[in-house]
Write a protein that binds this ligand. Structure first.
Ligand SMILES: *Cc1c(COP(=O)(O)O)cnc(C)c1O
Length: 232
């Protein structure tokens, strides 16, 4: 078995075990393979091993991969998970299936206006700055409800849920806290009438904490593809 196939399998096992430990239904957590900085061939190999959803952070890099893998386009879902600048929204609206990093109305409006009519509405999550770190993007927890209702009303977007990148922490209980806060916000928005089904949280180092706190989608890069040697 190649490293990549072995790693994918190991990550799937971690998801299964954490799901069981949490007493959640089998299959209730899906895997987004974060392929940023890794070549199209690595995505192709992961696809051959049964992985269909991939996350990318950098628009130009992603477009080259989407182009190189055009033959697989119908069986791939491309998720944009990085910071999104206004001048890149059109390319994202045209080429991706999902965006996890919507954190202001302006960006959401542009994505909605620019989503091609021939494509299904763009699935989006709001990025929430749960840890309150000044350096992180994301709407504040206090601002999330107002933004969620505004985004949910845009015609060419489908608001699916929330995403967060909590501050790194060493212990499981410290890791669980911000994930729990995001889940509470998610449940609050659902109780408020928003039909959300996606809680995007959990990375290589805190997958278990996220699944224990209700993640429905984990975004895993390093544990699948290995250490990233360059950031871009
Ligand atoms: C890079 C990245 C990931 C994957 O992180 P790993 O620690 O490599 O698993 C997940 N989410 C976002 C938003 C990222 O930028």
């Amino acid at each position: 078995m190649s490293n990549l196939v072995h790693n994918l399998d190991a990550v799937q096992q971690r998801i299964v075990q954490a799901t069981q430990l949490a007493g959640r239904a089998p299959g209730s957590v899906s895997l987004l393979a974060v392929s940023k900085t890794f070549p199209a061939d690595a995505v192709r190999a992961a696809h051959e091993a049964g992985q269909h959803a991939f996350g990318e952070n950098y628009v130009q890099e992603a477009l080259l991969k989407i182009e190189a893998l055009a033959d697989l386009r119908a069986s791939l879902k491309w998720h944009f998970i990085g910071p999104l600048q206004s001048n890149k929204t059109r390319l994202v609206a045209e080429h991706f299936d999902w965006v996890h990093s919507v954190d202001r109305l302006k960006t959401a409006q542009r994505l909605s206006e620019q989503r091609p009519a021939a494509l299904a509405p763009l699935d989006v999550c709001l990025q929430v700055n749960v840890s309150g770190e000044a350096s992180k993007s994301g709407v504040t927890p206090a601002g999330a409800a107002a933004l969620a209702h505004q985004v949910a009303a845009l015609p060419r977007l489908r608001l699916r849920g929330l995403m967060a990148i909590p501050e790194a922490a060493d212990t499981l209980s410290a890791q669980r806290l911000p994930h729990r806060q995001l889940c509470e916000l998610f449940e609050h928005l659902r109780a408020d009438g928003l039909a959300l089904d996606t809680l995007s949280m959990g990375m290589s180092a805190d997958l278990e904490a996220a699944v224990l706190e209700g993640a429905t989608l984990v975004r895993i890069g390093t544990a699948i593809f290995g250490t990233r040697h360059h950031s871009h």
